[in-house]
Design a protein around this ligand. Sequence first.
Ligand code: TIU
Length: 229
Amino acid sequence: MKIIIDSEPSSIEIDSARTALIIIDMQRDFLEPGGFGEALGNDVSRLAGAIVPCRKVLEAARAHRMLVIHTREGHRPDLSDAPRAKIERGTPAVRIGASGPMGRILVRGEPGHDIIPELYPISGEPVIDKPGKGAFYQTDLALLLQNHAVESLIICGVTTEVCVNTTVREANDRGFRCIVLADCCGSYFPEFHEAGLAMIKAQGGIFGWVANSQDFLLAFSVSERAAVA
Ligand code: TIU
């Protein structure tokens, strides 16, 4: 279905059959106390506002049979895929691989590494485990999108200026239209959230478009009404 999303810097038409919803790193390690986000000294409650809008967008995408892809940042238990420069940041007790209340921090298979229950993947939804910030780096995401003939990406998740921005930049260079849903993203730093979104939509949408969850949901209902009329 063709839908038109009221976005900045301009509205954008996409074909939902050739669009994937990508939910970036909505993991307990970033959103719940005791995980990686808190280990880095952040107030994790700042990300909570993105959960309900993300859930609504996820339900709409499922209802319209859009491809839904989840990502998780994390490493192998032996940390062989984690660069030393990444591990050696911060105090040893709260580093990647250290044991915390949700298991070993940012390690695959640990409770903290998994996606929060509110947005948990259902059968058939691919989960991309990524070792870096960008969802394309050292993953098979590009192959998966190519095989599904995807042209456009609806992007949600955390954090706005880190993994969301890195993924949008990677996707833009690979030719995907990126529509970032502002209220479905979050940052530990409100000013970085705003700046991260501003950078995407500046210069005529240098990296992509920015909209809200409501704009995305409305786009479907407008198209459906037009189809019935
Ligand atoms: N620390 C922080 O803001 N984010 C990350 O390290 N990863 C993601 O953004 N997912």
